[in-house]
Design a binder for this molecule. Structure first.
Ligand SMILES: [Zn+2]
Length: 417
């Protein structure tokens, strides 16, 4: 039977930890139902230290961090764990109302924060923390899932820290972040949380889940899983979306096109513009829906007394909305560009492993012949230099270098070798 952890691909260790925690959490609830005078203090130990005692809450704690590379399933893991905590059987059966509403995002006691811009602000966090302190309406746990906790502003991080330091008895925080590096998550928050590290799932496991859950033909699933380099969502998109495949083809055509300085600059422009177009398409629909909703809410076109004041207020709200949308668009562009760079890095990695005659499967089976030709021309050293140029470009953009400048430098380096 497929329980809530079934979609967590290739993460056996993490699933074992989470099942045990869900068991402990259920025991805590049972114990508190038995002894109303001593509620769930056991669910909130002072720190992350694992205490191996007969305490029914030993496997459970009130704050967790899920880390792992993009696409490894951080938010999938957090949601599955939330479902297991809300499951009426305490196991994450996948079928009861607790599991079902959590997985579909409609459980009254589970809040999911998905930052749309480049950071999560303090006001949003304060409101969230306040609501999270209320008693769970379903009688189990009050759960807050924060995706991309690395995008918290410092002030928002402090607001969250306060809540984690003095947790309401039935509140559980589930944070997702790429790593526990201090750039991603503050040391003080980290020290209060239990860590669930996820690994990059192996291509075979990703292919299996695409075939089983999404009904994708096994050969397509195998190709997409390898090409997506362990990113489950990306693999599914490649398998299903012809436009995503076309964009990938265009990126992988770059190495063949770098025939001179002019061609390098052209390739840089093409890559940037493709990322912009992809990002614009991905946010256009929701931007328009938000604008329409705001205009309806403001009763556009009102007249009479007070209308002038209303219009001033409306202008402010519209400005706020535009600011949010701009921030979201910037992030979508960065994400799209990063995906392209990861594909490109996969190509040069293939060339490198071929030059070294390393017995590993290529990332991009469909450009393996081109990578092989590159391997012969460049040798391992030249392939490695090119791979490093792509990785440096990613790092530069991460460090806020203007994308166009970073990508142009990369293309020149790829051409010169
Ligand atoms: Zn259930």
């Amino acid at each position: 039977m497929a329980d809530v952890f079934a979609d967590l691909v290739g993460q056996e260790e993490a699933v074992t930890t989470l099942r045990r925690a869900a068991d402990s959490a259920a025991a805590v609830l049972r114990a508190s139902a038995g002894t109303a005078s001593r509620p769930v203090a056991a669910a909130a130990p002072a720190g992350p230290a694992e205490v191996a005692t007969a305490d029914p809450g030993a496997g459970m704690t009130h704050a967790w961090i899920f880390t792992g590379p993009p696409g490894s399933g951080r938010s999938v893991a957090a949601r599955a764990f939330a479902a297991a905590l809300q499951c009426v059987h305490g196991t994450g059966c996948g079928e009861c109302p607790g599991c079902h509403t959590t997985m579909t995002g409609t459980h009254a006691d589970v809040r999911l924060v998905v930052p749309e811009g480049l950071s999560i602000g303090v006001n949003e966090m304060r409101a969230l923390v306040l609501r999270a302190a209320s008693t769970p309406s379903g009688g189990r746990w009050q759960i807050v899932i924060i995706e991309d906790a690395d995008r918290l502003t410092e002030a928002a991080g402090n607001a969250l820290l306060k809540a984690i330091e003095e947790p309401p008895p039935r509140t559980v925080f589930l944070l997702c972040a790429p790593s526990t590096h201090p750039d991603d998550i503050s040391v003080t928050i980290r020290s209060r949380c239990r860590l669930v590290p996820l690994r990059q799932p192996p291509a075979g496991a990703v292919a299996e889940v695409l075939a089983r859950r999404d009904g994708i033909a096994p050969d397509v699933a195998g190709w997409a899983a390898a090409a997506a380099q362990g990113h489950v969502g990306r693999a599914r998109r490649l398998a299903r979306d012809p436009e995503a495949r076309q964009r990938r083809d265009a990126v992988l055509a770059v190495p063949r096109r770098l025939t001179g300085v002019g061609a390098a600059f052209d390739a840089a422009s093409a890559l940037i513009e493709a990322a912009e177009a992809e990002a614009a398409a991905s946010v256009a629909e929701i931007d328009e829906a938000e604008r329409a909703a705001l205009q309806t809410a403001l009763g556009a076109g009102g007249t009479g007394r007070g209308a002038a004041g209303a219009i001033r207020g409306a202008a402010g709200q519209l400005k706020d909305l535009e600011k949010r949308q701009k921030s979201r668009a910037t992030r979508a562009q960065r994400d799209a560009l990063d995906r392209a760079l990861v594909d490109l890095a996969g190509f040069y990695r293939d060339a490198l492993t071929m030059a070294l005659r390393a017995p590993v499967a290529p990332v991009h089976t469909d450009t393996a012949a081109v990578a092989e030709a590159g391997a012969q021309k460049w040798d391992a050293e030249g392939a490695l230099r090119r791979l490093e140029a792509v990785l440096e470009c990613r790092a530069a953009i991460e460090a806020n270098v203007k994308p166009r400048i970073a990508v142009e430098a990369m293309m020149l380096a790829l051409w010169k070798g």
